[in-house]
Structures are given as C-alpha cells and as structure tokens.
Design a protein around this ligand. Structure first.
Ligand code: ADP
Length: 251
C-alpha cells in the first residue's frame, strides 16, 4: 500500500530523516513511537505531500508521489496526479483544524462535495452515517466552538473517514485533549481499526493504545527507525538500549 525507499529529509543543514525504508501493507496498523523531534511527524507529512523529500521515493498503491509515468518515463508529477494520489490518504492532526464558520455536518460534507463532486444529498447521507458512527448524531447543527475537544477530534476523524482513504494517518490526535477526553477519541479509532480494511499509521505517546491497536510498532530516534516488531516484541522485549530507556518513561 505504501512504500518509502531511502527517504532522507533535511531542513537547511538539519537532517531529520536518514534513509528511511518502510512498507505498510493494505489494512496494516502501524504505530510510530519515539522521542519528540525524532522525525515521526515529518514521515507522515511526506506521505500527505505536505513536505517533499530531500532524496528517496514514496509510492502509494504503486504510484510515486512526486513523479508520474508519461510515455514510459518518470516526469515530475502534475497537480492532477498529486490530487489523485492524495485522495488515497486521510490525515487527522493534533489540532483539529475544523472550519470554524461551518456547522458539523458541513465540516464533514465539504470535501465530498468540493473535491469528490458528490451530490449534496448523497454527501449529507454519508456524513450523517459517519457522525453516528463516532457518536455525534445529536451535534450535526452545532458549530465547532460549541463542542468539547474530544467531540471536535471525533468530527475531524469522521471528516477524514468519509473520503474513504486507503490509509489514515493519526498524528498525536489526543495530545491536545484534557485527559478525561482521551478515551472517547481512542475508542473511536479502535472501532475503525477493528473493521479492518483501512491501513493506519498512528503516531502516539499512548503506549497502551499502540499495544492494543498496532500490528507493528516502529521506534524512531534521531531520524532512523531504530527498532520494529510486534507490540509484544517492542514492549516486552525491547532490544536496543535507546528503546529500553525510552519505555521506562512510560512505566
Ligand atoms: P516528531 O514528530 O518525532 O516530534 P518532527 O518530525 O516533528 O518529529 O520533527 C523532527 C525535527 O525536524 C525536529 O527537530 C523539528 O524541529 C524539525 N522540523 C520539522 N519541521 C520543520 C520545518 N518545517 N522547518 C525546520 N525544521 C523542522
């Protein structure tokens, strides 16, 4: 589904990712853990085409992000190509980034209508079904400012899910929430994960959540994937000293 090859990313002289290779299979749930500044968000932003790599390639579903084939040759991607590839990826951020002047229903329908050119009635039917799935069917006429942080984040998740991406990126989606609101958001993500088909990349500091949900856990440090394995391998039998010392902070 996703293939990173030799991905290096520098900001000026600061190298934040160093020759990353990473494959994510269709439906696979991958959790990224690691100290802050280790490059996790940059990895996700590259996939979302919010950043361009310094070197290396990323493929989604067999198509390169920054290049496309034309007459058997790879040429720089045009907007149409980027648009199509981006459509396969959904992202939810730490800060919900809802449209403040639109009610909840419209926040969820907007991209279906504008980007996917779906008729409004169909978009609304899908949005309502998705809002029900995240437990917000009573809030469709409210505005973002009238919701709690946990509710806002559930709207952001519904808004990404209705676009039916092949892979969803969740970047520290609970870090900005009051502790008592974290559980409701993690439960929604767990339910979506349990349905299976969609691949997920989850950047998180919630170790129990990573353990519950992930098929594979990657530990990043200093711009490299230092260790990876099943949740059992990573949390019960960490091999590297760096991972062992990182995990002691959560015990
Ligand atoms: P993490 O998600 O693991 O905390 P990030 O990917 O956010 O790590 O950041 C990795 C490093 O890249 C950090 O040192 C950060 O300051 C730097 N960085 C990220 N984005 C930019 C940017 N747009 N310009 C300059 N430096 C950046």
């Amino acid at each position: 589904m996703v293939r990173y090859r030799g991905i290096t990313k520098s900001f000026g002289s600061h190298q934040v990712l160093d020759r990353i290779d990473l494959d994510i299979r269709p439906g696979e749930k991958v959790a990224l853990i690691g100290p802050s500044g280790s490059g996790k968000t940059t990895l996700a932003r590259l996939l979302m085409t919010l950043e361009e790599p310094t070197s290396g390639t990323i493929e989604v579903d067999g198509e390169q992000l920054w290049h496309m084939e034309r007459k058997g040759r790879l040429v720089p991607a045009d907007e149409k190509h980027l648009h199509r590839v981006r459509g396969k990826i959904g992202m939810v951020f730490q800060h919900f980034n809802l449209f403040p002047h639109m009610n909840i229903l419209r926040n969820v329908t907007e991209a279906m209508v504008l980007v996917q050119r779906m008729p409004k009635e169909e978009a609304e039917a899908r949005a309502l079904a998705m809002l029900e799935r995240v437990g917000l069917q009573e809030r469709t006429k409210h505005y973002p400012a009238q919701l709690s942080g946990g509710q806002k984040q559930r709207v952001a998740i519904a808004r990404a899910l209705v676009m039916q991406p092949n892979i969803m990126l969740f970047d520290e989606v609970t870090s900005a929430l009051d502790p008592e609101l974290v559980g409701e958001v993690l439960d929604v993500i767990k339910n979506v994960a349990a349905e299976g088909e969609m691949a997920m990349m989850l950047i998180t500091h919630e170790m129990d959540f990573a353990r519950d949900i992930a098929d594979r856990v990657l530990f990043t440090d200093g711009g490299r994937i230092v260790e990876q394995g099943t949740p059992e391998q990573i949390f019960e039998n960490p091999r590297s000293e760096r991972l062992q010392s990182f995990l002691t902070r959560f015990r």
